[in-house]
Write a protein that binds this ligand. Structure first.
Ligand SMILES: [Cu+2]
Length: 67
């Protein structure tokens, strides 16, 4: 399953690097790709729980998704 998060606080590549680092620790998230201009992060995940955890990890890191 895949989800594209909209994250308004993404402003540069460092943000994406931080996000990728955070999401690496989330079980069930196996792919992450980001787009700075669009302020989006595409996440590939294996369960709804993993998606919830990814969302929580993003919020905690200061990158709360709006969707
Ligand atoms: Cu940044």
């Amino acid at each position: 399953m895949q989800k594209t998060f909209s994250i308004p606080t993404i402003s540069c590549n460092h943000c994406l690097m931080s996000i990728k680092r955070e999401l690496k620790f989330v079980d069930g998230v196996d792919y992450v790709d980001g787009n700075v201009e669009a302020k989006t992060v595409l996440v590939s995940y294996t369960s709804d729980a993993a998606l919830d955890q990814a969302r929580a990890a993003l919020a905690e890191a200061g990158y709360a998704p709006t969707n």
